[in-house]
Design a protein around this ligand. Structure first.
Ligand code: ZN
Length: 120
C-alpha cells in the first residue's frame, strides 16, 4: 500500500501507513495515519460513516488519506505562493490608490525574505 505514496513533501523521506481498527461504538471504522518516517508530516483520516448500516464505509479513510497525502504541495511551492502574495497582494493600499515607491519596495523586500526560506 505504501508504494502508492509520494515521498514526504517537506524532507523527501519515505511515507508509511498505519491502520487502527475501532470498535462498535465507532461503527468498526478504521483510522488511517500516513506519516513521514522522520515525523515531519502526518495525515489522519477515518472511514466515513455509512448511513445505511451500523458499519463504517470500509476503505474510505484509506482512499481519502492517500489522496490528501499525495496532493500536498511541496515546501518550495508553498514558499513561492507566499512570496507571490507578498509581492503582488500587498500592493493594494487600503485606500485603493497606487502604492508609494516605499510601499512597493517594502513588498519586494518581504517577498525576497520569504523566498530566502526556500529549502535547498
Ligand atoms: Zn519528512
Amino acid at each position: 500500500m505504501s508504494d502508492q505514496l509520494k515521498p514526504c513533501p517537506f524532507c523527501g523521506g519515505k511515507a508509511t501507513i498505519s491502520v487502527k481498527g475501532l470498535d462498535e461504538r465507532s461503527a468498526y471504522a478504521e483510522v488511517v495515519t500516513i506519516s513521514c518516517e522522520k515525523s515531519c508530516a502526518q495525515v489522519t483520516r477515518r472511514d466515513d460513516d455509512n448511513p445505511k448500516s451500523s458499519y463504517a464505509l470500509s476503505g474510505t479513510g484509506m482512499k481519502a488519506g492517500i489522496a490528501i497525502w499525495n496532493t500536498r504541495p511541496s515546501h518550495a511551492s508553498i514558499i513561492a505562493q507566499c512570496a507571490a502574495i507578498a509581492r503582488d497582494g500587498c500592493l493594494v493600499p487600503p485606500d485603493g490608490g497606487e502604492p508609494t515607491q516605499a510601499e512597493y519596495e517594502m513588498c519586494q523586500e518581504i517577498a525576497q525574505a520569504i523566498e530566502a526560506l526556500t529549502p535547498t
